[in-house]
Design a protein around this ligand. Sequence first.
Ligand SMILES: Cc1cc2nc3c(=O)[nH]c(=O)nc-3n(C[C@H](O)[C@H](O)[C@H](O)COP(=O)(O)OP(=O)(O)OC[C@H]3O[C@@H](n4cnc5c(N)ncnc54)[C@H](O)[C@@H]3O)c2cc1C
Ligand code: SF4
Length: 567
Amino acid sequence: MANLNLEVKKKHKYDAIVIGSGASGGWAAKELCDRGLKTLVLERGRGVKHIEDYPTASKAPWDFEHRGNVTQEQRKGFEMAKFMRAETLHWALPDDEQPIVQEKPFNWFRGYHEGGKSLLWARQTQRWSDFDYEGPARDGFAVDWPIRYKDIVAWYEHVEKFAGIAGFNDNLDALPNSIVQPGWDLNCVEQHFKETIEKTYNDRFLVFGRCAHLTDPQQIHYDQGRGKCMSQRMCNRGCNYGGYFSSNSSTLPWAAKTGNLTLRPHSVVHSIIYDERKEKATGVRVIDATSKEMVEFYAKVIFVNGSAINTNAILMNSTSNRFENGLGNDSGVLGKYIAWHNYRGQVSGKYDGFKDKKTSGAHPSHSYIPRFRNLRKHEENFLRGYATGIGGGRGNHSSKDGIGDELRDNLLNRELGGWNLSGWMMGETIPVEENHIRLHENLKDKYGIPQIVFSCEWQDNDTKMVEDFQTTMAEMFEKVGFEDIKTRDSKAVPGSDIHEMGGVRMGHDAKTSILNKHNQVHSCKNVFVTDGACMTSTSTQNPTLTYMAYAARAANFAADELKKKNL
Ligand SMILES: Cc1cc2nc3c(=O)[nH]c(=O)nc-3n(C[C@H](O)[C@H](O)[C@H](O)COP(=O)(O)OP(=O)(O)OC[C@H]3O[C@@H](n4cnc5c(N)ncnc54)[C@H](O)[C@@H]3O)c2cc1C
Ligand code: SF4
């Protein structure tokens, strides 16, 4: 029997384990495999192979039974995925997969399948700047980041070259330049908006929103099996061209080609195994989603990339005599200082002009105003600031007047409407200790894992920021010549803005943070966290490019440390 156990142990032994195959886990796996490490990726959801598992990718609207609408019957058991239509229903999470306790309401979006949310994201990829990294120290919240832009810039470049980013270099302090392929043109109203605000204000700029799409694929992209983006804008179904970056189109097949990758779907990670004698982690416990049995896997180094909230939960569930309150939690901050983005502010307006122009074609991004509030110094009645997404165009409609031939002619002859534009706020929230998640003492999910309790709410600072967004944007839209300007506070519950972060923050020391400057758990050096959980603060830029850069950087650091026998 003992020999049998030893055999299983041997078979379940790898150099590295990566928990989660999403945007950040895919990058960790690619880099570890490239460095020659036998790597096991554990994914709780099903396997999704690029192209062959995108059932709706090339379907036309009339190919769907109800033109893409989802019936009440089909919705049963998928209430949490209300926003999904028939085109993307194959990514929906069943309600019974992972029930949560909302002590305070939180909208938690999840993608549990190979590739995670890298198949669902909007692909916006703006770099952070030192205005972001220096934020906590300058404005006195959370803790100081242990790194600055100079520490990550080479890794942004590394990720951008491989993933492919479309856009332009805008030479703005708040938005460092990227390695880009050509972006798409702004439409005439966006261009007019840009010219007017840049003439009117000296601190505001409108640029094309950089996005992870291939417009001029290079050999490195062809080597991944990807091709040029055809601007179809059906990305969230999964793209047969590999026009946008996802783990499935890019990092995972690349890692597989090295021969070093093993990907195990249906593997729900329960906890990390800590060896008190060796003073390090030795493996992970997994609940097999099909058999519900617990299986153990072992490795020299472990990357936790389950997406921010799950990564917190896995560390919290990893208790031992040494870590009674969760792995690496000497500071007591594990699960605390959860933050997200504030998308509550909205603005729209109509433009009576450019009647001789219309948009031709489409593209998968929008335009973007980088943060300008409190940028160089704190000068408003709230901390930090917001970026703004801007998009719109010229709608068309057909008159439904008449009957018979007249009605048919009216329906067939669509008339162009006026130009309209809308803007949405992307605000930085301040991580505060009270905004936390924890594990429920009694309630468990169907795998026997404790349910996650969410206890997060908006702060006064967030509301003041929304108010400022509304007045500032109304003024800017007016200056550009818009009419019928409307602003709104959606008052959406936290989390609706899809960028939850924190709980396993980086910092200078184990007294105030969980991770060091290499994303390495201070007190358990062979465990790394490089997803949103590691974020000390949230910036206003979309965060995923930064997680991917951290994952690539930390994976190479781990490979170096292993070589030096430091792990
Ligand atoms: C609609 C939408 C639009 C978005 N748009 C943007 C955008 O424009 N720009 C941007 O930067 N970000 C965007 N995001 C956010 C972006 O998708 C995430 O930041 C990113 O995917 C996070 O990467 P990750 O690796 O941390 O997590 P994910 O990509 O979510 O991957 C986590 C993986 O871990 C697996 N997992 C979880 N728990 C376990 C466990 N216990 N055991 C094993 N496996 C586990 C999951 O199944 C999943 O596959 C968007 C998100 C959504 C939903
Ligand atoms: S817009 Fe580009 S990436 Fe998106 S589905 Fe179309 S071709 Fe694919």
